[in-house]
Write a protein that binds this ligand. Structure first.
Ligand code: UN1
Length: 496
């Protein structure tokens, strides 16, 4: 079978990895379908890319931000034209269904238009000086060369959340795409090039986390790192970056709860739970992985939810009738299998699913049945640890206060949802749920780009993407202009 070979983009040139090796990008719905060969890069390639980014920074930082933003606006318009092509390519490399890969490209378009507007804002502050004839202000400055490490589950949207705000702020970038899904990130970078981005401003180096991610994090000329991925890897990234005092933005796991109270619109809660749990085959950091059911509706909800989960059509995401695509790779299947075994050993009940699908049309891909586990208690591992697969557990509770306590009883804190008609409880939950994102009468997935995105506890380290990314990708410079024509000593000359 023939397939295209892709190269790294370094200083405006498409170059193979110095060692000449490649990694094959396989379609998770059919492993005999090779999407392409991508460079298997190492520290030497990273060093070249960082050097190119450093050179480009000297001029990019001086391009007026509104002009930088115009390139992003053009990139957004090009993405709109290419949406269908890029969505199909994304389904082929990542597996999620076409409606969702169209959504992923759309999220990058939204981000482009949102951040393009930022080019004419990037607001700083002015404030009075304590001294006469002295002007005080703060301005945002770019950080320099930034390293971006992105995951496979949103292979265009998440790179856009990092690249666009980094670029509008005047930084230059080296991005390492996920090795399972590099093509969508290549498509995004190609679009920026086509929109007129100068050489070296964005460089892409593909390869594994240890061969590319680690040298990128440790490179002394990389001034900040933005990472999305697992909490285990995020912790390593933070530790390595700490040695060089680098700011790190970490966006990591979730164990997101949907709470359903007795007074909820049950149909709505079922629709939300199904979409939140099995959309993207459960492979979202915002995926619903716990459904907390109040006793009065628990039995009815469970029966209906299990019936609906059983009816979901699993298959190749390029087939428009399919609702749940494959998992991205074999190791994700192993994780799903492992967690079913752990849950059953701890006393949970398998209500549907629980197995890899391997027969017939499924034989050449990595498919897993939509899985529902019942009889789960908050202390079980299945109720506390992220699985990142088409799997959700049901936990029953008596009172609203108990539900909030269960929802908060885990290490993660990304997204949470409450279904109720009681406005008092809704606002109490908004106040009390320990989560960076809270939905009322909507599922745990579906964040929009112009709000802060991120979580608390082990989900993140306090930074936000979306509305908040500019804060990470800029550094403040405080400026004092003295127009008195004499030495004025702060804290001394005006003091009582
Ligand atoms: C992720 O799961 O890694 O809010 C990102 C959502 C999407 C982004 C998810 N807009 O579900």
């Amino acid at each position: 079978m023939t397939y295209p070979t892709y190269h790294n983009l370094i200083g405006g040139q498409w170059l193979p990895a110095a060692e000449g090796r490649t990694i094959l990008n396989l379609n998770p719905a059919n492993h005999s379908d090779v999407v392409g060969a991508f460079p298997s890069s190492h520290a030497g390639d990273v060093a070249l890319a960082v050097a190119a980014a450093k050179t480009a920074f000297a001029s990019w930082r001086l391009v007026p931000a509104p002009k930088r933003a115009e390139i992003l606006m053009r990139a957004g318009l090009l993405l709109k034209e290419r949406k269908e092509q890029y969505a199909r390519q994304m389904t082929r490399e990542m597996g999620k269904v076409l409606a969702e890969t169209r959504g992923d490209v759309q999220e990058a378009i939204d981000e482009a238009f949102y951040v393009a507007g930022e080019g004419r804002r990037l607001f700083g502050q002015t404030t009075p000086s304590e001294l006469q004839n002295k002007f005080a202000m703060s301005v945002r400055m770019p950080v320099g060369v930034v390293g971006l490490i992105t995951p496979w589950n949103f292979p265009m949207a998440i790179p856009s959340w990092k690249l666009f705000p980094a670029l509008v702020s005047g930084n230059t970038c080296v991005i390492k795409p996920a090795s399972d899904t590099p093509l969508s990130t290549y498509n995004l970078v190609q679009t920026l090039v086509d929109a007129g981005l100068p050489p070296g401003v964005v460089n892409i180096v593909s390869g594994t986390g240890s061969a590319v991610g680690t040298p990128l994090v440790e490179h002394p000329d990389v001034r900040a790192i933005s990472f999305t991925g697992s909490s285990a890897v995020g912790s390593l990234v933070a530790q390595r970056a700490a040695a060089g005092f680098k700011p790190v933005s970490l966006e990591m796991g979730g164990k997101n709860a949907q709470i359903v109270l007795d007074d909820a619109n049950l149909e709505l809660a079922l629709d939300g739970a199904l979409w939140g749990s099995f959309g993207t085959t459960g492979q979202r950091c915002t995926a619903t992985s716990r459904i907390l059911l109040q006793k009065g509706i628990a039995e009815k909800f469970t029966a209906e939810f299990v019936a609906r989960a059983r009816k979901l059509i699993v298959g190749d995401g390029l087939d428009e009738s399919v609702e749940v695509g494959p998992q991205v790779n074999e190791s994700q299947i192993e994780t799903s299998e492992k967690y079913v075994a752990i849950a059953l050993a701890e006393g949970a009940k398998l209500l549907t699913g629980g197995h890899a699908l391997t027969d017939g049309a499924y034989a050449h891909g990595t498919f897993f049945e939509p899985t529902v586990l019942g009889g789960v208690t908050p202390s079980m591992r299945i109720a506390r640890e992220e699985v990142f697969g088409p799997m959700v557990c049901l936990i029953e509770f008596e009172t609203f206060e108990e539900a909030i306590a269960i929802a908060n009883s885990i290490d993660y804190g990304l997204s949470a949802s409450l279904y109720t008609k009681d406005v008092n409880r809704a606002f109490t939950a908004i106040r009390d749920l320990e989560a960076g994102i809270t939905y009322i009468n909507a599922p745990t997935i579906g964040a929009e780009v112009h709000l802060p995105f991120g979580g608390v506890k082990h989900t993140g380290n306090g930074h936000r993407e979306g509305n908040g990314a500019i804060d990470f990708f800029t550094t403040w410079k405080s400026v004092y202009v003295d127009f008195s024509d004499r030495l004025q000593r702060a804290q001394i000359d005006n003091a009582e």
